[in-house]
Each structure stands twice: as C-alpha cells, then as structure tokens.
Design a protein around this ligand. Structure first.
Ligand code: GDP
Length: 444
C-alpha cells in the first residue's frame, strides 16, 4: 500500500513552525513526496520534473491561510495544478466539418483501438444522432476486420463490406466514397496497430492520413502502460499529428499517471476514457477524479475540498470585515468575481451580509456568464496595484491603457467601474447601518 501523501506531508510540516508564507525549503521537502507519488502513479519522469517545477514556482511565497496547515495548502496547490494540467472537461469529439467527417483511430495493438472505435461510433449514433460508418484498415491481423464487423452487428453501427486483398489506403478511400454516396455523417477508420511503434506502421498511418485528411485523429492508449505510453504518444504526435487521446483500461488498478503523461506530451485533450470491455463502458474524462487517483489516496479529495472551503470562508470573512468598514476596491471586486466563478454566484460572500438578498440575485443574473467574468477579471488584472486599491485614479488615459491591455473596449471598463462604485456605495451604507441589517436600497 502507498502511504497517504497527506500523512507524509503532514509529517514534514509538523516539524515546521507556522509561518505566513510557504518557504522554498518547505515546498521542496513537500514536493519530494509529491514527486514520489507521481512516479508511483506511473507518470513519466520528464513530465514529473516539469510538473514539480511548475508547482514549485506557484507554491513558494504563497500565503498560508490560518485555518489550513501548510501541508493542506501544498496539497491544494498540487491538486489544482494537476487538474489544470490534465485539461478542462467537456472536450468531446469535434464533428464540425463537412459530412462525412473522417475520424482516424491510431495506436498500438492491444490498446483497445477496435473496441474504442465501436464504443465511440455507438455513442455518436445514439447521443449525437449521427449516421456512422466504421471501416477496419487492419490488413495485418487476420481477424481484425471480422472483429469490427461483429462489433458493428452488436451495436447496430454500419461497417464497410470487407474486400479481401485491398490495401489500407484504398479501403480508407472506399469508405469515404461509400459514406458520401450513402449519406453517412461520420466515418470511423480503425487502423492496424503493432506491438511497438515502428517505421512501417507510421508510414502506413501517414499515408492513410494524407488520403482522407481526418478531422479527428485519436490516439488510443492503454492507461496501464505507464512510462511506455509516453514514447508511443510522442511518436504518433510528431509523425502523424493528433487531435486527442482516448485512454482505455481506466477501470484497471493503474493510478492514471498515463493521463498526465499523454496530456503533457501531446498537448492534446483526453477526449474519452474506456472503463471496461463492454460497449457502453466509455466515459467522459474527469480531470478532478484522475488527479485524486494520481495523488493516490482517498482522503486527498475531501482534504482538498475542506481546505478550499476553509480558504473560501476565510476570504469571505476578510471581505466582510472590509465591507463593514465601507471599503470596496477593485481587489475586492476581483476576489468577488473569482468567487462567483467558483461558486456560481455571489451567495458565498454576500450571503453573510444581512439584507443583500435582492442585490445578490441581481448581480448573479447579470454576471453569471463565465466569459464575462473572465473578461472582467482580465480588466482588473490589467490595472496596476495602485489603481486597484484606489479606483478614483482611473482617468480617461488610464482606462484606455487598461482597455488595450485587457483587449476590451473602454465602454466595458466603464461598466466595471460603475459596478465597483455601486458596490462601494452599498458597502458604505452597510457600514453605517452596523449590524442592524434590514432592507437595503438597490444600487443603480
Ligand atoms: P486493438 O488491438 O487496439 O484493436 O485492441 P482491442 O480493441 O481488440 O482490445 C484489446 C482487449 O482490450 C480486448 O479484450 C478488449 O475487450 C479490451 N479492452 C478495450 N478497452 C478496454 C477498457 O477500457 N477496459 C478494459 N478492461 N478492457 C478493454
């Protein structure tokens, strides 16, 4: 069994005196444990090194909030970065091209290519209501074509009729022509694999790619192969070019390190994961779940969640104190926006103040739009610290500079300034009213 990373980190930090910010030496000690955890999870060494360096940069100097331990703080930073590096959710198969859309499936033999081809075809047919044609281009493995044909029969997905002796490129072209004639939306091309990456395999896949110009080229990789997966991914990525990865055998007892390696090496999203041998055992990729699996212990998720909650609560308290003094500058607005992004509403912070229910709703309906929140944050980020702390400094020329920096119009800056002013006004009133609460006039 693996020792829990949090236990180990706890041990390290117990010996340290509490201090305001994470120090280089503390972070390094913690990151040694993180490094081991990643290697135990089968993340490739170069990827581990890269990751650890990135986290080090972010972690050193970060303020440790009083309600969490430095160990929790480091785990949170590691976890957040892991999730970020694994990529966001919702990266599904892209079908935005003229029909029939060719999808090329590549990977080593035994990686689960054929199975994944059928799984994805069925999914596109059922969930996206697409008419899918599957074709096996595997002329090497004797039963490969029949395997796909049987899967097609089981799933109700059409397969290209087999013509003995035809070469892969010709089969691919025939599939495209047939799909055009018969009105298919998507053509899934299952290529031959090898036990190892070799030049003849690459040449074959490249020839097929050139013949059909696939809209998606998906690498199918076995999550249990760990370190080897990196070399495979690198070769396919360099020589063929990929648009995404399908990670199979995520139902196995591997710890999912391949996901991080794949993502880092190819720079492409993991689009789907295989979680079993059955045709419906296909799922969307959830970075959070994989991150906690990589870190390797059940308690890390709850620990991180708890830490995040305390961090949020503490930020909220700080904010409330400031608000009660009648202060509300752009730094405050920015942390509000960030909270909104996280919580999906103002409830986290404003909920602590009496009488703000209506404004809460108003702000929420006006601003719960991720893109808008991101733009507003970009605007505040383009301000100098002084401008953030003293909003009245914002004159026309400063606004112009900020607008250029954030890539938005001055009009948008004005809207944000208005928002900050309204909030400040409300805060002032709040401050005067002390703890009495009660109905507040709405701003604007
Ligand atoms: P190919 O050689 O790459 O086409 O691999 P196959 O599709 O023939 O799959 C090889 C084996 O792996 C088969 O026995 C599949 O049932 C199995 N397999 C494929 N995907 C998964 C998965 O996500 N989980 C599990 N447990 N088995 C899988």
């Amino acid at each position: 069994m693996f020792d829990s990373l949090s236990d180990k980190l706890g041990g390290i930090f117990d010996k340290l005196k509490r201090s305001g910010a994470l120090k280089e030496a503390d972070v390094s000690a913690a990151l040694r444990e993180v490094r081991i955890a990643l290697l135990e999870a089968d993340v490739a060494l170069p990827v581990v090194k890269d990751f650890v360096e990135k986290v080090r940069e972010k972690a050193v100097g970060q303020e440790v909030l009083k309600s969490v331990t430095p160990g929790q703080m480091v785990i949170k930073i590691v976890n957040d970065n892991l999730v970020e590096m694994l990529g966001g959710e919702g990266k599904t198969i892209d079908l935005a091209a003229a029909a029939p859309v060719p999808i090329l499936m590549v990977g080593l033999q035994g990686s689960g290519k054929t199975t994944s081809t059928a799984k994805i075809a069925k999914r596109l047919q059922e969930k996206e209501k697409k008419k899918v044609l599957m074709a096996s281009l595997d002329v090497r493995r004797p039963a490969a074509m029949e395997q796909l044909q049987i899967l097609g029969e089981q799933t109700g997905v059409a397969t290209l009729p087999i013509i003995a002796g035809q070469m892969p490129v010709d089969i691919a072209k025939r599939a495209m022509t047939a799909a055009k004639l018969q009105g298919f939306d998507v053509v899934m091309l299952d290529t031959a694999g090898r036990l190892h990456v070799d030049q003849s395999l690459m040449a074959e896949v490249v020839a097929i790619r050139n013949a059909v110009n696939p809209h998606e080229t998906l690498l199918v990789a076995d999550a249990l192969t760990g370190q080897d997966a990196v070399n495979v991914a690198q070769q396919f990525s360099d020589q063929v070019g990929l648009t995404g990865v399908v990670l199979t055998r995520m139902d196995g007892d591997g710890r999912g390190g391949a996901a991080l390696s794949m993502r880092a090496v190819t720079g492409k999203p993991i689009k789907l994961v295989g979680v079993g041998e059955k045709i419906d055992d296909l799922e969307e990729f959830h970075p959070e779940r994989v991150a906690s699996r990589i870190l390797g212990m059940g308690d890390v998720v709850s620990l991180v969640e708890k830490a995040a909650e305390t961090i949020e609560a503490e930020e909220a308290e700080k904010m409330v104190r400031k608000m009660k003094k009648g202060q509300f500058d752009f730094d405050d607005l920015r942390s509000q926006l960030r909270q909104m992004k996280k919580l999906g509403g103002m409830s986290g912070v404003l909920g602590m103040l009496p009488g703000l229910g209506k404004m809460q709703k108003q702000m929420a309906s006006a601003n719960i739009d991720d893109k808008l929140l991101a733009r507003q944050e970009a605007i505040i980020n383009s301000m100098t610290p002084k401008e953030r702390a003293e909003p009245r400094l914002l004159n026309a020329s400063r606004k112009k500079r900020i607008a250029a920096g954030a890539g938005v119009s001055v009009q948008e800056i004005n809207k944000l300034v208005k928002m900050q002013k309204q909030m400040a006004t409300v805060m002032k009133k709040m401050g005067k009213m002390g703890k009495k609460g009660g109905g507040l006039p709405l701003p604007g």
